[in-house]
Design a protein around this ligand. Structure first.
Ligand SMILES: Cc1ncc(COP(=O)(O)O)c(C=O)c1O
Length: 493
């Protein structure tokens, strides 16, 4: 049944109604500065229960991994085990204050130190910094480290960073922020990096200006680069360094250590691979691992153990801090709990199952949703399809129709080199029954696209808010409530 939209909290306001009982202050009262006081603020006046119901209803109208299947490619929406939450809620962790000294914070520091060690074991890197608050910030750390490395050798002219055309948009953006120029390397028709173009970009005179490459493996098409060692050697021979975008480590977990391939630096999205909640701009952690050439440049502080005591240390040539204190500590607790919960064997099974699930879905929809790259080889943890579209339909229509079937749509229109891309990442935590239901929905939608295209063109039908004008929502967002006006806090059509 179609649920009605939740009314704005302002519409539930009744003048004079109040729902807050403030505790007695434990400190003497002091008057607020008059210039900070306003009586013209239009705030809703409601009782506590109305507020609770309002936000609970709103939360139910949102998609979430706890509520629905969420096969969002490149975003790894896997189940976040409840045990993680319990660990993060432990009083000692919850109430740890970063301004307490190391002696009073041994538990929290020990957790950070042990998580650094676990990530080193999983990836093979020499050292890890847990400072960055997101994947993109981890990337920034990594490319700033590459810049600092070249500068420390007097190689200020090494400013060119190579980026595959399948890369995540954050890669070129980060390089530009760090003062590099970027050069795109095309993919071959089979979805691998074009080694001929790569060679042209890093030999002869060009080698002298090469800073390095940012490469994702498995790439964003969900394909493993079989010639990755050759690529890395080519860059190293030209004096460049290799940045690995490890946002999506799921496929490699417990199977392959990126440092063994020769990557110099890599970030991991703990908020994806290591199961901490994300989405909606929530806190993340883009842990950065570095090999021997770059470990001294990591952002700090890291945590090291001397005897039985944990304490902060700044790497000798650190690029500095990227975040206050030790990063998003609550996320780190969850990631550590997850790794300990699974252990070595469990971590490997995550990788295997993620790849198996992706291949299962791919195989059972490929006849209706063809893959322009890598159709004839196994994918890793995700794949990018390019649906055959008729009747003026687009991938967006398929995505919207999936919502009516109760599924969050896969990623659409990324990677950019796949026309009308539909990028599916099932993750390892979904059951065969869920995957079968998702496959069934996609197959049914392919039938509807032929026989009842209008069903797709006007989807979704069963949501409180129907098809939005997404361009207007992005370009002309209505973010302020105006009584009696077109005040929609979510903006858009
Ligand atoms: C391949 C890849 N790189 C980088 C990022 C950026 O990570 P974040 O969103 O945490 O900044 C993402 C995020 O989805 C990604 O998929």
């Amino acid at each position: 049944m179609k649920e009605a939209p939740v009314p704005l909290i302002y519409e539930e306001s009744v003048e004079g109604r109040q729902g807050v009982t403030l505790p007695k202050p434990g400190v003497p009262l002091s008057p607020l500065p008059a210039e900070l006081l306003r009586d013209d603020l239009n705030l809703p006046e409601t009782d506590e229960l109305t507020v609770v119901r309002h936000f609970t209803r709103l939360s139910r109208q949102n998609f979430s991994i706890d509520g629905q299947y969420y096969p969002l490619g490149s975003c790894t929406m896997k189940y976040n085990p409840r045990m993680n939450e319990e660990a993060a809620g432990l009083r000692g962790f919850r109430r740890a204050h970063p301004l307490l000294g190391a002696a009073e914070n041994q538990g929290a520091l020990a957790l950070i130190g042990k998580l650094q060690e676990s990530l080193k074991k999983i990836t093979g890197f020499t050292a890890f910094s847990l400072q960055p608050a997101a994947g993109a910030q981890g990337e920034l750390a990594g490319v700033l480290m590459i810049r600092a490395y070249h500068q420390s050798r007097g190689n200020r002219e090494r400013k060119r960073m190579l980026i595959p055309d399948s890369a995540h948009g954050t890669n070129p953006a980060t390089c530009t922020m760090a003062g590099f120029t970027t050069e795109t390397i095309p993919s071959t028709p089979s979805g691998e990096l074009d080694l001929g173009a790569l060679k042209d970009a890093c030999t002869g005179e060009k080698a002298l200006t090469l800073a390095g490459i940012m490469i994702t493996n498995p790439n964003t098409l969900g394909l493993f680069e079989p010639r990755i060692r050759e690529i890395i050697t080519m860059i190293h021979n030209a004096g460049g360094l290799v940045y690995g975008d490890g946002a999506n480590m799921n496929a490699l977990l417990g199977i392959l250590r990126p440092a063994d391939l020769g990557f110099d630096v890599m970030h991991l999205n703990l908020h994806k691979t290591f199961s901490t909640p994300h989405g909606g701009g929530g806190p993340g952690a883009g842990a950065v691992g570095a090999g021997p050439l770059l470990a001294d440049y990591l952002p700090g502080p890291l945590v090291s153990k001397t005897g039985e005591t944990y304490g902060p240390v700044m790497p000798p040539q650190s690029i500095g801090r990227l975040k206050t204190f030790y990063g998003n500590f609550g996320v780190l607790v969850r990631a550590y709990a997850y790794i300990r919960l699974l252990g070595r064997e469990g971590i490997r099974r995550v990788g295997e199952q993620a790849v198996l699930n992706a291949n299962y879905v791919k195989t059972l929809i490929q006849d209706l949703y063809p893959l322009p790259f890598g159709a004839d080889r196994p994918c890793m943890h995700e794949f990018a399809a390019s649906p055959d579209l008729e009747n003026h339909l687009s991938t967006l229509d398929i995505a919207k129709r999936l919502i009516d079937y109760g599924f969050h749509p896969p990623t659409v229109y990324f990677p950019l080199i796949v026309k009308e891309a539909l990028m599916v990442e099932p993750t390892e935590t979904e059951s065969k029954e869920t995957l079968d239901a998702f496959i069934g929905a996609l197959r049914a939608i392919a039938g509807e696209a032929k026989n009842q295209p209008e069903l797709l063109a006007s989807a979704p039908h069963d949501t409180p808010v129907g098809r939005l004008d997404e361009t207007a929502a992005a370009r002309k967002p209505v973010l302020v409530y105006r009584p009696g006006g077109a005040g929609q806090l979510h903006g858009g059509g």
